[in-house]
Each structure stands twice: as structure tokens, then as C-alpha cells.
Design a protein around this ligand. Sequence first.
Ligand SMILES: [Zn+2]
Length: 323
Amino acid sequence: MRYVILRDDDTNALTPVDCLERLYRPFLDRNLPVNLAVIPDVSTNALTPDGKPEGFLFAKNGMSEPGSAGVPPASRNARDEVLAIWPSAGITSPSPIGWERAGVRVGVCEKRPEGIASTVPIGDNPELANYLRENSNYHVVQHGCHHDCFEFDRKSPFGIAGRLERGTQLLTAAGFPRPVTFVAPHDKLSRASYHEVAKRFQVISSGWFELERLPMAWWPQYLAKKAVHTPHWKVNGTLLLSHPGCLLSAHRDYSTMLNEIIRSVNSRKVTVLVTHWWEYFANGQPNESFIRVLHQTADYLASEKDLKVISFTELANSGIELN
Ligand SMILES: [Zn+2]
């Protein structure tokens, strides 16, 4: 048996329910778990590492005050309203995974002026929170706290712990089970962050792992994993899962995407498939070609007899072999 974990990043209080419903109904109806990496308290000024507004904020129109999400129906002319508030919002950014690999200079986003940030807790959008709770095949995992740029590439254990705990508290306050899995914004964790995350979560899902960022006590296990070229590994009970890049990305060739997914799933025991809901709605409009590939992926995952789609929690609790 091989296993697939579908992970969709960046759901937040400003995410229109219609977007998730459009993308994931075929998965939910087939009983295929969808792991949503949810931003507990999204920063409405979040920037990408190259200084552009984050794509997941495209629906922030209608929100006036922090704490009043005001998510509009998807049918409203979202693009015009967003552009009126925020003229550069129409510019799409590359997928946030692999920024540094793509040669983007780290640190540009840190030039944002302090004191202007506002945040919106996930529970401030009851329509979205109810929708996620009512559909039991959605599994919420914690995606940072505010999703500031490289939010967990910081040194202070105190600051890191504060963000982790605030994020978890807001997710549980919104009625979700305490998350067992953590996904860092932009896949970036400092050594102190690995320490603090491992104290609180059973699973860390990331694009890749870098020796110099890991706690030194973890190095022997990491080097052993590197020596045998396995994607996933384990330290002191914490599962560390890597994924084969964002195969479901608006920036890839739709005609070969499904074949790439099949090839990847066939090449390992456990595959984490990562995607971003907002990439399917560039400028507020559904990208039909891309959505078709996602739904073909649901057909494929549901029809393969020796394939099982599972949640991160199921992996953590089942004792399934990782590699
Ligand atoms: Zn993200």
C-alpha cells in the first residue's frame, strides 16, 4: 500500500468558502481527506519574500476593521474592489515554496514598516469555520500564526513559543481539534523554531530540510536519512516529512501535471502533495484548466486500489512506515 497526504496551504479568515468548495467537493464526496494548512491569525499586510502582497489575501476586500472579516460572496467583483484598496494585488507571485532556491534575496520583506500590521483570527469568519467543521474530511493543520514573511526564521525561543501557542489557541477556540502537524510559512524554520515546534507537534511538513538549520542533536538521524535518500525521517517521536515540490502549481504545465503526480506517487511509500487554493483563482477568477487537473487528481487517487489518501493525523497515529 502507498499513501498520499494532500496538503493545501494558506486558508485564512479571508478565504471565501466558495473557493474551497469548488476545489475540494470531489475529494470530500469520495471520502478523501484534505489537510488544510490554516493560518490562525492572518496578517492582512503579509508580504512574500520578494515584497509583494501574499496571493492568499486576494479576497480581503470588504474588510474594514481587524476582527471583522467581511468576506464577500465569490460572485462580487472581487478584483476591482481589491485593486481599489490595493493597486498591486493583481500582480501574481511565484509559488511561495522554494523562494531561495529560485534566487530570491531573503530579507527584502523585512523592510515593511512596523506598527501597521493588523490580523484577523480564523474564528472571526464563522461561515468558513462552520463549513470546515461540518465537512469532516477537512483536517486542519497549523500554518504559522500570522504568516508574516519567514515568520519562523527567528531566534527568540520566547517569541517563537508565543506565536505557536497563540496560533494553536485560536484554532482550538474556533472549534478545531488541537493540531498535531505544523507547516512553517515559506518552509523556513530556524534551529530554535525546530526545537519549539517539536515540543508541541507530532509532525513537521516541509519542502526540504537543511543540516545547518536543524538542532545539532538531530544531525545523526538527518545524516542517516541523507545517506539512504529517503524523503521522510523521525527524531524523538517527531515525524519530519518532505514533499517533492508543489506539483499542483499554477506555474507548471497542466498537460503533464497529472503524469508528474502519478510518477511521484509511484516512487515512494508516502507522498505529500502540496497546493495553494488561491493559485486556482488568480485575479478572483477560477482557472478552469488548473481546477480540471486537480479534479482529475481526485479521480486518480480514488480509483487506485493500492493507494490510500490519509490525513497527517492518521499517519502520526497509525505506525505506517514512512519510507
Ligand atoms: Zn503559506
